[in-house]
Design a protein. Structure first.
Ligand SMILES: CC(C)(COP(=O)(O)OP(=O)(O)OC[C@H]1O[C@@H](n2cnc3c(N)ncnc32)[C@H](O)[C@@H]1OP(=O)(O)O)[C@@H](O)C(=O)NCCC(=O)NCCS
Length: 151
């Protein structure tokens, strides 16, 4: 939880699910549930979303991920994100996909790098939904365009 502002209360969690479902209805894509092939049970979500806050890089399509700790260190986030990115480019006609996270979130930045996403420090930004001076406010932005994909 160290890269999040606070754990979600039940009401906030339900509202988050409602926003994901509304996103599927609007865009056709969203944050997909992730399961292992050899086990039943949710291990997290990975997918595409359209951030609702104003930013120099918006409107945009973001690829994001959140896995249970028990599923870290196995490559699942990168594998699932590759599928989400391919769906974005091939199925949904997206031209560029971005990802962003707190400057301190090294595991998430490592996923972006494994995906071959590109970082220009000029894109980095302070997240407008976090209060000024918050330790997680400083964010990096990574981009991947359709013509930069290799697979
Ligand atoms: C961000 C997050 C998904 C990264 O998880 P992760 O396990 O480090 O990333 P991956 O699933 O891609 O796994 C990669 C790791 O699995 C290892 N791995 C093991 N077997 C592997 C395999 N067969 N194939 C690929 N990688 C494998 C890799 O070497 C790598 O480990 P390393 O970082 O020690 O080198 C996870 O930390 C998380 O859910 N954090 C909380 C949510 C969060 O911060 N989300 C982002 C908010 S913006």
């Amino acid at each position: 939880m160290k890269y999040f502002r606070a754990p979600l209360e039940r009401g906030d969690s339900d509202a988050f699910i409602d926003r994901i479902e509304a996103g599927f209805n609007t865009h056709g894509f969203g944050l997909w549930a992730v399961e292992r092939l050899d086990q039943t049970g949710l291990i997290g979500f990975v997918g595409l979303s359209v951030p609702s806050f104003e930013a120099s890089f918006a409107p945009c399509v973001e690829v994001g991920w959140r896995l249970a700790k028990s599923a870290w260190g196995c490559g699942y986030a990168t594998e699932a994100a590759r599928c989400a990115i391919n769906a974005g480019f091939d199925q949904f006609g997206v031209d560029e996909i971005v990802s962003f996270t707190s400057t301190a979130n090294a595991p998430s930045i490592a996923v972006m790098r494994r995906l071959g996403m590109h970082h220009d420090p000029a894109d980095d930004f302070d997240h407008p939904m976090l209060p000024a001076g918050h330790p997680l406010q400083s964010h990096v932005l990574y981009r991947l365009s359709r013509d930069q994909t290799t697979d």
